[in-house]
Design a binder for this molecule. Structure first.
Ligand SMILES: Cc1ncc(COP(=O)(O)O)c(C=O)c1O
Length: 418
């Protein structure tokens, strides 16, 4: 970025162009770097007209939904899911359909996918996110193949594969302490027959910690990328020219720092997951991404020093915030009985944060006699004991709009690639 600015500050008018508009879908240099990344890391061949650089993976996701989804069309979102998929779908005029994943693995099963598609045969897209924010679940090649087998019967469904945490995957430690590296990364476009109906999203935010530079990219069928080009051309235009230069440098530069980062993240993960489990906040060990997603059911019914009864993840998150720790309640991801902790922080901060959470939990008073929950935070039966039902306080996790969003402009039809 700096060398581009320096080069552009010469008095030569040709170099001044270095800070001006670029092609909407990205400079030839960034496209070459993205093309090479897909080829070398994923074994996928894309032409330049099948690639678009965007202002973050977020913009790529929003654009692909705006390009593909017509008003009221369904978008399948396996939950728990990153908070923006459903909102982006609604902004695009579509209707998100939340589908519960397996409660043990947090992964969409072929059976559930088949059931969902049978109930929604007109679905337009399926969003997959592996590793997943917030659960850390990582799909194996075999699992993707099993989903692809179901999708064969629904050829109109486009898969949007959000691979933003591709490189944040952990080695596993066996009972004997032996470490096994993570399996090679698998993504839907690699599954035979799926590349022509998959749009793969990625970016610089997670793997290169370039969050503020707002640079991401997508690769997929030319028709879809062309529609995204139109959406981008009429909204933001090209992504920042300096951020494109930075992504080019990052993708083509040495990648060996990742090994060190992963060693640090592994220590962080083990610290956070270990402490949460020790506190009775049951927490699965994530295989990827940098979030822990523990249950807070064991705190429900407990009473804070201010006399508030904790009834859902929102209450728990608010209580932790009062105790100086910021976590994200699971409500927005699809669970009223979990919360998310990011461990992309330094070890000392995490140690302090965990100590604060522990102290906050120890300060809680036990539930009043007779307090009962059937394990679901939205169905308490203790009238009068719980001030408002969790449903009122926290909303219903799978509650999605029944009706498609209204048309914004009469007679206007969304740009579509089909
Ligand atoms: C699953 C997922 N997808 C996309 C994004 C957005 O990434 P970017 O910063 O590239 O817009 C995030 C950011 O947190 C994320 O967690």
């Amino acid at each position: 970025m700096v060398s581009r600015i320096m080069a552009a500050s010469s008095s030569d008018p040709r170099t001044q162009q270095l800070l001006q508009y670029t092609p909407v879908t990205g400079t030839p240099e960034v496209k070459a770097a993205i093309r090479n990344k897909f080829k070398v890391e994923n074994g996928l061949d894309y032409e330049d007209n099948e690639i678009i650089a965007t202002a973050g993976a977020k913009e790529a996701l929003a654009e692909v939904l705006r390009a593909l989804v017509r008003y009221g069309q369904k978008v399948i979102v396996p939950t728990p899911a990153w908070v923006s998929y459903q909102e982006m779908t609604k902004l695009a005029g579509g209707t998100p359909v939340g589908v519960e994943t397996d409660p043990q693995t947090f992964k969409l099963t072929p059976e559930k996918l088949r059931e969902t598609l049978a109930a929604n045969p007109d679905a337009k897209c399926l969003i997959l996110n592996s590793p997943c924010n917030p659960t850390g679940a990582v799909y194996s090649r075999e699992e993707l193949q099993a989903l692809a087998n179901v999708l064969k019967d629904y050829p109109k469904v486009v898969v949007i594969s959000d691979d933003i945490y591709e490189h944040i995957r952990y080695e596993t430690t066996g009972k004997d302490g032996e470490k096994t590296p993570p399996a090679p990364y698998a993504t839907m476009a690699q599954i035979p027959g799926m590349k022509q109906r998959t749009v793969t999203i990625n970016g610089g935010s997670k793997v290169y910690a370039m969050t503020g530079l707002r640079i991401g990219y997508a690769a997929g069928p030319q028709k879809v990328i062309k529609a995204m080009d139109k959406v981008q051309g009429h909204s933001s235009g090209n992504p920042c020219v300096l951020s494109q230069a930075a992504l080019t440098a990052a993708l083509t530069g040495p990648q060996d720092f990742l090994k060190k980062w992963m060693a640090v993240l592994t220590e962080n993960r083990d610290l956070v997951v270990g402490k949460l489990n020790d506190m009775g906040l049951a927490c699965p060990t994530p295989d990827g991404a940098f979030y822990a997603y523990p249950s807070c059911k064991s705190l429900f019914g407990k009473i804070t020093d201010k006399g508030k009864v904790l009834t859902c993840a929102n209450d728990v998150a608010e209580y932790f915030l009062e105790n100086k720790v910021l976590v994200v309640p699971g409500d927005d991801f699809g669970n009223t009985d979990r919360f998310r902790v990011s461990f992309a922080a330094d070890y000392q901060t995490l140690t302090t944060g965990m100590a604060y959470i522990q102290a906050a939990c120890l300060k809680l008073n036990d539930p009043k006699p007779g307090f009962q929950t059937d394990g679901k935070s939205d169905s308490f039966e203790n009238e009068g004991l719980v001030k408002a039902s969790a449903r009122e306080t926290c909303g219903t996790p799978q509650e999605l709009p029944a009706k498609p969003s209204p048309k914004v402009l009469k007679g206007f039809s969304a740009p579509s690639a089909d």
